[in-house]
Write a new protein. Structure first.
Length: 377
């Protein structure tokens, strides 16, 4: 990326992705984990849950993963320009992400994605020399792999749930709303199942987004009228035809509008989200790029997007202070409808704080830590 304008577009996409991720994550910090999966009773809570599942769940995570893949090419160019060993710097960075991810999962949020990124990022290294065409092929092949992983996960979960002798997944429950020590114990209890679930649900989609992002960097996707951007624009109608029905079906099933008795439909909705979510993410990518070229986003929010590690972690820290008894103690006090504006507020406040910090000190509070671990100057 050779101009500030294009860099801003990437930072704005990161910013939007982080807000979307916050909307998805906050319910898992605001109520018992088991309750998140139970369809709400009130109409306005049902609508809010449907809205999040249809338009947020997985979509912004995929966008964030796309920019992560784009970042590999940018890091490689930076290391090359400084005469540094990119391999050493890259794998130290993945080790740093893993360490930060483990700490984040235990101390802040058991649904952490940093460790997953570190693991997938280590394998992603193998694709760095591939052509854009090959990278896109890998991205496409991740869709059926994701469908297979989701099928296997559902099969295992069904068998475990149906077996009286098998131990069901353990959750920390109301402990998340207790003292910091109790919440930490709850996160430790939640983490094994949560990480397993995220691995099956997100790994292929994240890796596919990584390779698509790397292909984008290699083809200068963010330049005005690039071939890739024009191809995305031409395929918007097809993407919408795929995305809207599949994401709507998924939200109707997860929201309990379509009952569990429709077993085949429920199974298809969960498996086909592996196609529906990336399709809607691609639409969002186009829209955010167009908006970034016509709307002046406040510099503080752009800086927060540029310092995404600090913004992501601070969201969870703020949520803990809002819902834990060591803070305001609002755990299990809000339904899905009320949590939607609360989550948006938490995401925006975290970004304003990180943006302000970055303006004063040059970077967010965690970025220098990761840079030191990776050996970056």
């Amino acid at each position: 990326m050779s101009t500030a304008k294009r860099s801003n577009e990437v930072d704005i996409i990161r910013m939007a992705a982080l807000i979307g991720i916050c909307v998805v994550n906050v319910p898992f910090m605001a109520m018992p984990v088991e309750s998140v999966f139970i369809p709400p009773d009130s109409l306005h809570d049902k609508f809010a849950a449907f809205f999040v599942e249809c338009f947020f769940q997985l979509k912004f995570f995929i966008l964030f993963s796309f920019i992560f893949g784009w970042g590999m090419a940018i890091q490689a160019r930076s290391a090359e320009s400084r005469g540094e060993s990119f391999a050493r710097r890259y794998f130290r960075r993945m080790a740093g992400l893993a360490m930060l991810g483990i700490g984040h999962a235990i101390l802040v949020f058991s649904g952490d994605i940093l460790l997953l990124y570190a693991i997938l990022g280590s394998f992603f290294w193998l694709t760095k020399g591939y052509s854009p065409k090959t990278l896109i092929k890998i991205s496409i092949w991740m869709l059926p792999l994701s469908m297979l992983c989701l099928t296997l996960f559902l099969t295992v979960l069904t068998i475990v749930s149906a077996s009286e002798s098998a131990a069901l997944p353990m959750f920390g429950g109301a402990g998340l709303g207790g003292s910091f020590t109790e919440a930490t114990e709850a996160r430790i209890l939640d983490w094994p199942f949560t990480f397993s679930f995220l691995f099956f649900l997100q790994s292929p989609l994240a890796f596919g987004a990584f390779t698509a992002g790397l292909a984008a960097a290699k083809t200068d996707f963010f330049s005005q009228n690039s071939d890739g951007f024009n191809l995305l624009r031409r395929n918007l109608p097809l993407l919408l035809m795929i995305a809207l029905p599949l994401n709507t079906l998924y939200a109707l099933v997860t929201g309990g509008v379509i009952p569990d008795s429709y077993a085949v439909l429920s199974l298809l909705s969960f498996i086909l989200i592996a196609v529906g979510a990336p399709a809607l993410s691609a639409v969002y990518l186009y829209l955010f790029i167009k908006l970034s070229r016509i709307v002046n986003v406040p510099d503080l929010l752009v800086l927060a997007g540029r310092n995404s590690l600090s913004s992501y972690v601070l969201q969870g820290v703020l949520a803990g202070l809002v819902f834990g008894s060591y803070g305001l103690g609002y755990f299990n006090s809000f339904g899905h409808a009320a949590l939607l504006p609360v989550a948006l507020a938490i995401g925006l406040i975290a970004m304003i704080l990180v943006g302000t910090y970055a303006r004063l000190f040059g970077r967010g509070p965690l970025e220098p830590v990761l840079r030191r671990i990776s050996g970056s100057r």
